[in-house]
Design a protein around this ligand. Sequence first.
Ligand code: DX5
Ligand code: ZN
Length: 218
Amino acid sequence: MSKHLIAPSILTADFLHLENEIKMVNGSEADLLHLDIMDGVFVPNLTFGFPVIRQIKSVAKKPLDVHLMVVNPDRYLEEYRDAGADWLTVHYEACTHLHRTIHRIKELGMKPAVSMNPHTDVALLENVLTDLNMVLVMTVNPGFGGQKFIENSYDKIRKLRRMISDAGAETLIQVDGGVTEENIGDLIEAGVDVFVVGNTIFSASDPLKVITNLKNHL
Ligand code: DX5
Ligand code: ZN
C-alpha cells in the first residue's frame, strides 16, 4: 500500500457552489486541499485572495496547501498564515532571498515548500533542501488547469529523489499539473509523494470515486 498523498486543486471546481465542492473533498480520502493563488504577473491568470481563503478555511477539514504563483510572495506571508494556510509554497523563480523566505514561513508556523517551473533545474535547491517540507515540481507551465503533463518531468523527479536521499532529508516531492489515473502509477514509481489533481477530479462525474482511485492506486 502506497503512502502517497492526494491534494485536490479547486482551480477547476464549481466556484458558484464552492462550499459543496469543499465538503465533497472533506468527505473523501484526500489528504490536503490545494489552493492556487495567481496574481496576473507571475502567471498569465488571476484567481482569488485572502477573503476567499478565509472562507474556504471555515469549511475545509483538510489542511490547506497554498500554492503562490505571485511575484514578491514575501509581502504577504503573515496574511496567508492568518487566512488559514497550513502549507505554503513559493516559486523558486519569484524569490530573490529564498533562504530567508523559507525560514520566515517556518517561523510563522507553516510548512514551507518551493515550487519549480518546468525549465528550472532541481539542482538549484541543493542548499535549501533540508529546510523544506516539500518541493513542488511543476509538471505543466503554471497558470491554468487542464493542461497536458510534460513528459520530461520524470527525469527531474528521479534526480530530485536522488538528491533528497543523498542529503538524508525527509523532504516530500509534489507534482502539479496533468496528473491522471493513467500516469499516477508511473509518477509514484519515479518517487512522487504528493499529487495535486484538478481537472481529473473536478471534471469527473463521480469525483469521490476518482479520489479513491487515485489514493489507492497501489
Ligand atoms: C496550475 C495549478 C494547478 C492546477 C492543476 O498552475 O498550479 O494546481 O489546478 O490542474 P490540473 O490537475 O487540471 O492540471
Ligand atoms: Zn497548484
